[in-house]
Write a protein that binds this ligand. Sequence first.
Ligand SMILES: Nc1ncnc2c1ncn2[C@@H]1O[C@H](COP(=O)(O)OP(=O)(O)OP(=O)(O)O)[C@@H](O)[C@H]1O
Length: 282
Amino acid sequence: MSTAAQHDDDVTGRAGDPGEDHRSDGRRAPLVEMAEVGKSYGNVQALRGVNLSVYPGEVTCVLGDNGAGKSTLIKIMAGLHEHTEGTFSVHGISRNLSSPRAAQGLGIATVYQDLALAPLMSVWRNFFMGNELRKGLFLDKDTMRRVADEELQKMGIEIGDLDRPVGGLSGGQKQCIAIARAIYFGAKVIILDEPTAALGVKQSGVVLKYIAAARDAGLGVVFITHNPHHAYLVGNHFVVLKLGRVSMDAHRSEVTLEQLTAEMAGGQELTELQHEMRGVGA
Ligand SMILES: Nc1ncnc2c1ncn2[C@@H]1O[C@H](COP(=O)(O)OP(=O)(O)OP(=O)(O)O)[C@@H](O)[C@H]1O
């Protein structure tokens, strides 16, 4: 469990103070840090000994196959599950987040695959969903439409008519709206749950472009994916999970796309398997 310095979630509403950029020893401070984090569901140990740091202006890619523990990791960061071992810190303060609202209050936004968008509502209504602007008793539609337009344009997102229902947009455009919305409402860390998994090449390219834009805007991006090629296009740091443990942790300068792909395909196990097969054939 977390240490005595831990703070329970006492944070609500919009994102809080981003904290210091540097530690007292002059090193850059991570926005989010996991140290030896573990999580069990009863007898099932879903995560064990995970170390992970998310820095501003970087994309941290978390890769892993089905059942590797990616969803569990997201849920701890997003305040949906509490970790059962190790320390989880946000802006240098140990936390045990017990609600998504607590995570949001600390500037951690999660964009899930189902996106939580209302398909029949317009783009601008979706942008302000849950944070509507009002003028007296009425919705301030003009300001919401204008701000949504400005924010989407700032990220270079081309939607056209913002009165269109979101349901008519492509999967990639919907992902981009969800990312732009999270940034506008104060996210410092944005967790993207397999944002390219259901998309074709062109739409994946659009989403990867906005992941890079979020990184360049100084956010800490956590990009969860099965796809090493997508990860390598935007990632600064790669963490591969296997059966709940970290099997590879490398900065971009330390790993090639081929090595990352091989690790995802089975890594050392695959090499041993090939070796065994050669033995059988001999
Ligand atoms: N609520 C739960 N109760 C019991 N076991 C769970 C629960 N959630 C996840 N697990 C188990 O924990 C392990 C990690 O699961 P998790 O969903 O985090 O993996 P994942 O990498 O997200 O997989 P996928 O890509 O298939 O979603 C699996 O063995 C899974 O069966």
